[in-house]
Ligand binder design. Structure first.
Ligand code: 6GU
Length: 261
């Protein structure tokens, strides 16, 4: 196959990107290699997704470019001042227009696959990264459309959380994944963890591959996978069963699993 022909994975260069991602961060260089690699790198190179980074430090008043200060009321650590963050947001939006603004904070609401799908359907999103002990609350009051956390642990800043949100969102933008890759039959989309996968070699360190996967019986394979997905979900994420109740087939599978446990 000739190399210069477009294949299904190459997005045709669009006149305007499907999604613009604005990052507000004191450490914009953290994103550089992440934005160049793999699917995301290709989506940006083809113009399907655009990413802009704006640094509040470039907008901080005063000679010392100080972006943080000690918290009113006392306590340890430093808080990001609202003025430089606000100026960075305004500058970004003056260039590209109003975005759906997310403030990244461990005290925000939990980011999940549904949030990713919601963001992927938008034209412009903005990820505002905090650092230090947090961002002055007036940024949440005046600017944030929502506050988002990626999990129950504390990061030193929002940058890694922003990378997580960018990756989860970008792959849902139409044209970012190749035709071979499906976004529908995956973990969480159906409320179940992903079933396990095997590939060559058929024997690795004396371990083989489940017989059914070599059978060529597609219906049997599909049923086996649904059962293994259920098994994992029960083991690691039983709370998902409450949110996405058992189907009739799964009820039968559960009986099978209990018999073999
Ligand atoms: Cl969005 N930021 C920080 N600093 N820590 C986190 C987080 C965000 N989500 C989980 N932990």
């Amino acid at each position: 196959m000739s190399d210069d022909r477009l294949d299904a994975n190459d997005a045709v260069c669009a006149t305007s990107p499907r999604l613009v991602i604005e990052i507000i961060s004191l450490f914009p260089e953290v994103f550089t290699s992440f934005l160049q690699a793999s699917l995301l790198g290709k989506a940006i190179a083809s113009g399907l997704i655009a990413v802009e980074r704006t640094n509040p430090r470039d907008f901080s008043p005063g000679r010392h470019r100080q972006v943080d200060d000690s918290p009113y009321g006392g306590g340890p650590g430093m808080v990001l001042r609202p003025d430089s963050v606000a100026a960075a947001i305004d500058d970004a939006e003056n260039r590209r227009g109003r975005a759906h603004r997310l403030l990244l904070s461990p005290s925000g609401r939990l980011f999940d696959q549904k949030c990713a799908a919601d963001l992927a359907a938008r034209k412009r999103i903005m990820l505002i990264c905090g650092r230090y002990e947090g961002v002055d609350e007036r940024i949440a009051q005046l600017y944030a459309d929502q506050s988002v956390s990626i999990g129950d642990y504390v990061l030193a800043g929002g940058e890694v959380a922003a990378a997580v949100i960018i990756e989860a969102t970008a792959r849902l933008v139409p044209g970012v994944l190749g035709c071979g890759e499906s976004v529908v039959e995956e973990s969480f989309s159906a409320g179940r963890l992903e079933f396990p996968q095997w590939t060559r070699p058929p024997i690795f360190r004396e371990l083989g591959v489940p017989e059914v996967l070599l059978s060529g019986n597609h219906a049997e394979v599909a049923r086996w996978r649904r059962r293994e997905a259920l098994r994992r979900t029960l083991l690691y994420r039983p709370n998902l069963i409450d949110r996405y109740p058992l189907t009739e087939e799964e009820r039968a599978m559960l009986a099978e699993l209990e018999g073999t446990a």
